[in-house]
Design a binder for this molecule. Structure first.
Ligand code: 5GP
Ligand code: MG
Length: 186
């Protein structure tokens, strides 16, 4: 898997030390508040597991599935949401966790959907990565672990055609791999 990276942006130690800082901010902001963390699957899984173990608050965890890619590196422009149990959000502060803010389409859709639910106290967004670019949809990211340039990255939960999620680091995927057919990549 490492051979398929053009370069590593953040190794595991760097990611975890940044998560310590992010967790401190979250603890500072949510202490004493009823917090539900809403993780957007599957990209946020690894980030969520490492981040939440650094947040010693009595929070609840909920998950939704959002998908806009179909195996490639470009968004399809349509975001499907699944598995949101709105009854669990009543009277809660909701912190939406996602892997990466790119066009903003996914998080704009998720944040609007959650904000529209009756009884939700407030909605904030936390991402592992935010690309430095103009968003197609406005999203305010309240917590960002790292800002990156507009390149296609994998690892630490982020996939290309469902692979590389288990890489412990975050890296730029090499252009040769993106060119290769995804059908015969196993
Ligand atoms: P957006 O809706 O903001 O365009 O994109 C959000 C989703 O697109 C992310 O949750 C992620 O699944 C995918 N995505 C965007 N940029 C990248 C990237 O550089 N690498 C990978 N692996 N996924 C990305
Ligand atoms: Mg995703």
């Amino acid at each position: 898997m490492y051979d398929d990276l053009e370069r590593v942006l953040f190794d595991e130690a760097r990611i975890l030390s940044r998560l310590d800082e992010l967790a401190n901010e979250i603890v500072r902001d949510y202490t004493g508040k009823p917090l539900t963390v809403l993780a957007v699957l599957h990209g946020s899984l690894v980030f969520m597991a490492d981040l939440l173990r650094r947040v010693p608050l009595p929070l609840e965890l909920a998950c939704i599935v959002a998908s806009s890619y179909q195996g490639g590196t470009k968004t399809t422009g349509h975001v499907a949401l699944g598995g949101l149990d709105v009854n669990r959000l009543q009277g809660r502060h909701v912190l939406v966790l996602d892997d990466i803010l790119d066009t903003g389409l996914t998080l704009n859709r998720v944040a609007r959907e959650v904000s529209a639910q009756p009884g939700v106290l407030d909605v904030r967004v936390c991402v592992l990565l935010a690309k430095r670019k103009r968003r197609e949809c406005a999203v305010k990211a309240d917590y960002v672990a790292f800002e990156i340039e507009d390149e296609f990255v994998v690892g630490y939960g982020l996939d290309y055609a469902e692979r590389y999620r288990n890489l412990p680091c975050i890296g730029v995927l090499s252009k040769n791999v993106i060119g290769r057919s995804t059908k015969d990549s196993g």
